[in-house]
Design a protein around this ligand. Sequence first.
Ligand code: PLP
Length: 398
Amino acid sequence: MIDISARVKSLPGYPLAEIPSIKRRLVEAGVDVIDVGAGDNDTPPPQIAITAMNEALADPAYSKYGFQQGLPAFRQAASRWVEGRFGRRFDPVTEILPLIGSKDGLAHLPFAVVNRGDATIVPEPGYQAYLGGSILAGAEPYIAPLRRESDFLLDFTSIPEAVLRRAKVAFVNYPNNPTAAVATLEYLERSVAICRRHGILLAYDNAYCDLTFDGYRAPSIFEIPGADEVALEFFSLSKSFSMTGWRLGFAVGRAELIGALTRVKSYVDTGPFLAVQKAGAAVLDHAQEIVAPIREELQGRRDAAVPALRKVGFVLESPKAAMYLWVALPEGLPSAPFARRAMEETGAVVLPGSSFGPAGEGYFRIALTVGADRLREAAGRLGQVLQASRSGELATTA
Ligand SMILES: Cc1ncc(COP(=O)(O)O)c(C=O)c1O
């Protein structure tokens, strides 16, 4: 018998793990499934990425190991993009690290800074890689609940002093998944100050920085004076450019921290495929023109879905950024059975708030990954489930 490690055993179930098989069963049974579960947009990847990738595939040099250095052109494009977008310059060789998607960097980060008995600060509800990476590295995750009353901002002031003293990493993510909350500069200033005071690495997950609506602009943590000392920032090409499966992101920060993460990764992977990095460089150099229509499409979807959901009785904010709607459920209606029922009985796939941890209870998440009409249709079906759950029975099925 092989004994599975206590660390693996203590990992909670991954939120999206069982959805694909249930979805396949429903599709095979002829159900019209609307999947707004995963944050994986239906928009195609940019043509510029496809062209660059094709060129790279024809050149055998791109089929070699990338190692952690990867493609210098990608590091340079990432540096140019950060400078153009946020006005801060980072050295492409020492202060930027290509990642196999930002999840790679976020999940491996605790290995770079955590010792036995150390804590990490993990927002809940939140992206589950923070929790998994912490547990696998042997850290003790301290769960910081994100509450509506605090605008879903991770409230450092509510964390006990003893935890702050043991904490080595805090994961902070705005625009936020799943709540779609955004952070003010004042909030980020306070967070940087606390992390500096306690020597906590502030892992700023900015995967959704370009998916912003109504003229809102999401900041970089490096716009905050003093952040350089304690922060690493994580960017993703997945969401802004509809390239989730390509697996490309990058980390930015001072050389010592980037160096520590590079060391960890040099033992577990050999960097993103060089051809993907070539495509990524091309995309970053045309970022604004590529992301503008995606942003517009998402805003249109938001504007279709929010009123449709309100009309059928849901309570939700209209978000300024990210690609999610965080929808409140009536008190006493738990999110997992609600989502299960929506999927099984109407074919609408949403993520229950509880799948982001117990503090996500009372909500479910809709990803704006399908067109406006399908979102309206999904809202109608979810409204039926809401009604039926209130009256104890489902009136109609799709
Ligand atoms: C908050 C957040 N961070 C990071 C990621 C990871 O993105 P990727 O690994 O595709 O770059 C996701 C993906 O859903 C996310 O929601």
